[in-house]
Design a protein around this ligand. Structure first.
Ligand code: GTP
Ligand code: ZN
Ligand code: ZN
Length: 281
């Protein structure tokens, strides 16, 4: 059983293809396991886990360099199941498809329902079925990018697996980490899942249209987000009605433009360096 999230896969699995190492926590569980490599002493297992995480980070860094070189702005959207990740992306695609070239990579334990919904909304969606794995890893993204049609994407959106625990630990090479919290989940979620919220540059509060109906205590929720994630920019939206979305688009637009400007200036610096070298000869 996964110590982080309770998903059921057990055993060391190659990172970048399936899942991180899932190690039984209790000695009694260890004895019921038939795999001999799980009987190793704890420090050895910790070492393996650390190595695999650093392997993920290496692939994530490669992904980021590749995205930078392509001039793509890449965002990783994380949240609990059902808080509205797909709905938010659908709305964004419908509203912004004339403005930006948008590609989506979507991870789910099973079914390609989300990818189908996103294709219907008018975007290209590459689906990753993770099986029992509770999060996406950098290697999965590298492989999914190979399946994306060749295009100049302005914005590449990754919809992570619905889970407030494991996905926080895995850098995918994104530029922006967006955590979604819906008003039906409770105001205390940032306090209960601090690691996830601490890793966010943006927190989006979704389902604003039903906030009053479910008795959402806005003030206390915003205070909790600010306490745990003071670095995060907060947006309050409804993916269903579109309320508040224009502020989120303006923020994204800024990021997309910055990425393109910085890439352009790097290219012109390279040209300048090249020109200087020619002059020296
Ligand atoms: N009222 C309301 N419902 C919403 C909103 N956004 C999403 N929903 C509903 O919430 C449910 C879950 O939305 P999804 O977009 O599938 O959520 P998700 O986070 O992608 O779910 P997983 O991929 O399973 O983790 C659906 O019934 C949506 O219609 C919103 O802004 N307002
Ligand atoms: Zn897990
Ligand atoms: Zn979804």
């Amino acid at each position: 059983m996964c110590q982080d999230c309770g998903c059921s896969e057990v055993g060391p699995i190659q990172i970048g293809y399936e899942h991180h190492v899932h190690i039984p926590e209790q000695p009694s569980q260890l004895q019921t396991e038939s795999k001999p490599d799980l009987m190793e002493p704890l420090p050895r297992r910790l070492e393996i886990q650390t190595n695999l995480l650093s392997q993920n980070d290496r692939i994530a860094a490669q992904n980021r360099s590749f995205f930078d070189a392509q001039c793509w702005q890449v965002i990783n959207i994380l949240s609990a199941p059902g808080s509205g990740k797909t709905a938010l992306i659908e709305r964004l695609v419908k509203d912004c498809r004339d403005r930006w070239q948008i590609g989506v990579i979507v991870g789910d334990l099973a079914t390609d329902n989300d990818a189908q919904r996103l294709e219907k909304a008018g975007t290209t969606a590459v689906h990753i079925t993770t099986g029992n794995a509770c999060h996406l890893e950098a290697g999965m993204i590298a492989k999914a990018v190979e399946r994306l049609p060749k295009a100049q994407w302005d914005l590449l959106i990754i919809e992570n697996v619905g889970n407030l625990v494991c996905p926080a630990a895995f850098d995918l090479g994104e530029h922006l980490r967006v955590v979604l919290l819906s008003v039906t989940e409770g105001e205390d979620k940032p306090l209960k899942y601090p690691t996830m919220f601490k890793s966010a540059q943006v927190v989006i509060v979704n389902k604003a249209d039903i906030a009053d109906a479910v008795g959402w205590d806005r003030e206390s929720a915003i205070a909790n987000i600010q306490k745990i994630a003071p670095q995060a920019t907060i947006f309050e939206v409804s993916a269903r009605t579109g309320e508040g979305m224009e502020h989120w688009y303006a923020y994204l637009d800024n990021g997309i433009q910055q990425a393109q400007i910085s890439q352009l200036s790097q290219t012109s610096n390279l040209r300048l360096e090249y020109g200087k070298n020619i002059l020296k000869r």
